[in-house]
Design a protein. Sequence first.
Length: 185
Amino acid sequence: MRKLFAQLMKFGVVGVIAFVIDFGILNLLVGHLHMNNVVAATISFTIALCFNYLASMRFVFKHREDMARWMEMLIFVVSSVIGLLINDAIIGLSTATLPADAIHTDHARYVLLTNIGKIVATVVVAVWNFVIRKWLLDDTHTNAMNRLRTGDNKLSAQELEEKRNRSFAHKLGMWSIDHAPFGWK
């Protein structure tokens, strides 16, 4: 449980830094350059995502030895694109009730509602990202789930290994090693 808590804390620190990058760029683009909030959110999210990928894979999640790096990157990108779609939908909805020209005629309200939408989107996307990355990218997932069990409910080392070998993430990882493009494992 301590390892999971520590991992959540690291995920939180990386997330806060990514949020500051994302939120800062979003506000620069919407607040000062009067850019459409969904376009600005896409740009800021993408820049923060680059930082998030590098920091998450270095400090938060342990590399799966049973998965090729190209598959890790693909999972990260696909889950992030889904996160971006969630992010943009929530931010778009946050100003959907305003008139089309509100970015110019009611700019302060437009920025305020964009920021509220961004905060909501950040929470939703953070939960999505942690769950999907923990399930598919983190090699400690099976052990972490076993540590949450108590007493006789804990799995033996052999049962853990069998469970790991049956997991979708392991099967996907082994497939990715066997089918690595250009020998990139």
